[in-house]
Design a protein around this ligand. Sequence first.
Ligand SMILES: [Fe+2]
Ligand SMILES: [Fe+2]
Length: 212
Amino acid sequence: MNINYKEQIMTIDIENENADEHNKNVAKILEVLKQDLNEERFVHTLGVAFTASSLAMRYGENIFKANYAGLLHDCAKSIPNDLKAGICDELSIEVRDVERRNPHLLHAKLGAYRAKVVFGINDEDVLNSIISHTTAARRMSTLQKIIYLADFIEPGRTDDIKQMKDVRDMAFKDLDAAVFMTLEASVEYLKRKKAEVDPLSEEVYEALKAFF
Ligand SMILES: [Fe+2]
Ligand SMILES: [Fe+2]
C-alpha cells in the first residue's frame, strides 16, 4: 500500500456530482484500491459497495454516498497492524485501549482519514460510516447502519456464521432489526473465538437488546 496517506489524489463533491462524474470518480478509486488491497479484500470491497448501494435504494438513502462509503470502508486495511497506532498518534487520532491491544480495529478510523485526506471526501455521514463499520456506534444514521450491515452480509462473506441467512433475509425488510442481528452475531462470534469484544459494540448491543 502507498503509505503516503497524506497525498490528496482527488476531490469528491457528492452533493453536487452527476452520474458521469460519479462514474469517473469510482473508476479512479477502483484503480487505487486495486493497487492497495489484496485480491480478497478488493473483491470484498466491491461486494460491500454493491450491497450498500442496493440497501440505499431500498431505504431511500443517497446511493452515491453508499457507494463511496462501501468502496472506501476498508481503504486503510493494508497498513500493517504494527504501524497503525503510531500513525494514529502522529495524526492525533484518538486510540482507545482496546484499539492499542487490537490495532486492526484502527483501519476504520484510518480509513475515514484516508477517505477525507487522500480521496477528498468531505461528507461527515460517509466518514462516520467508515469509522463505525467494524464496531457499530451509538445513534447510527441510516447510512452508518447500511455500511455496518453491508460489511457483514456482502455476497463474498462466508456463511460459517450460523445467523448469516437470517440476517440476509432481514436486511431488505427491516434495517434496524438486521443491524441488531448483525451486532448479536458479531459479538457471539468473537466470544466463541475467544477474541476481545470492543466495549463500544457490547454497549450498543446491550442498549439495543431491549428493543428486539
Ligand atoms: Fe473493515
Ligand atoms: Fe470490510
